[in-house]
Design a protein around this ligand. Structure first.
Ligand SMILES: C[S@@+](CC[C@H](N)C(=O)[O-])C[C@H]1O[C@@H](n2cnc3c(N)ncnc32)[C@H](O)[C@@H]1O
Length: 271
């Protein structure tokens, strides 16, 4: 796996509550109805510490076997799934596969009842998304991919530098990283188009973070990453961005900053 992932267990823990509130329960409900009766096998891609499984497993029938796939052997050491149950309260069973998605086998999802992912697609390339879609189609497994960033961020109160920082951040998300052109905010539409072109049904739903005073630690960490990536993309913003960050952190300390970070969830299924 390339060294692109910046996810750490502490970052995933910090964002977990906002992620859980944001994911579309409507699409999860539709996925539940697409599953066969009896034991089900679910593959979660970019599983991290297991956030998607913790949220989704209790919304789905079982018994459930989860195959948790991630390219980072260190992060899956922090998997935390001991208390996870299906919708009938039965514990879920898990298997871990450490594997970069760049080498995903076409038949990887044979026998799978569904494939899931969360907060993953935007750090992949179109080729990798196409490979995932091909494997879902080959296995006939419906897919629920949640929390792909759309590039739309709203800060309240507004600031004259918001647009420049946001544009630079989005350009950074679409950068060429070690020869891989990342999808960034294009991820959800690209995925939806790939499934639609394969003749599959597709539904999308918004999954925004709405962050306020109670989320101050998450806002502070997110702001730091957002502005930092913008400056990495456009170093000439550096001085203005430093002053911007000071203004924003002061507003946060006063309880006067709210942030909406838009994401999109995508459900796809064979017709
Ligand atoms: C932002 S974390 C999301 C973790 C989890 N899905 C969640 O929602 O909490 C993204 C995860 O995808 C994994 N990942 C990123 N790119 C990958 C790739 N090309 N192949 C395999 N795993 C990848 C990272 O190691 C990381 O654990």
């Amino acid at each position: 796996m390339s060294s692109l992932s910046t996810a750490t267990a502490s970052w995933l823990a910090l964002r977990a509550a906002a992620d859980d509130t944001a994911r579309s329960t409507e699409l999860a409900g539709l996925l539940a109805r697409l599953l066969p009766l009896g034991p089900v096998v679910l593959h979660d891609l970019g599983a991290g510490t297991g956030g998607m499984t913790r949220w989704l497993a209790p919304r789905l029938p079982g018994p459930q076997e989860w195959v948790l796939r991630d390219g980072d052997a260190a992060i899956v050491d922090h998997l935390d799934l001991d208390a996870v149950t299906d919708d009938a309260g039965r514990p879920v069973h898990t298997t871990v596969v450490v594997e970069a998605l760049e080498t995903l086998e076409l038949r990887a999802f044979d026998g799978a009842s569904a494939v899931t992912a969360s907060a993953l697609l935007d750090v992949l390339t179109r080729e990798e998304a196409a490979r995932i879609v091909s494997a879902c189609v080959a296995g006939g497994a419906p897919a629920l991919f949640s929390l792909s960033v759309t590039g739309v961020v709203i800060l309240d109160p507004p600031d004259a530098l918001d647009v420049a920082i946001g544009d630079a951040f989005n350009a950074h998300q679409r950068r060429d990283a070690e020869g891989r052109r990342l999808m960034g905010p294009d991820a959800a539409p690209v995925l939806a188009r790939l499934f639609a072109d394969a003749g599959w049904g597709v539904r999308t739903a918004p999954a925004p973070w709405h962050l306020g005073t109670a989320d101050a630690p998450l806002i502070a960490a997110w702001l730091d990453g957002w502005v930092g990536a913008a400056v990495a993309q456009r170093p000439e913003l550096s001085d203005d961005a430093e002053a911007y960050l000071v203004r924003r952190i002061a507003q946060l300390a006063e309880g006067a900053l709210r942030v909406t970070v838009s994401h999109q969830d995508v459900l796809a299924w064979p017709r």
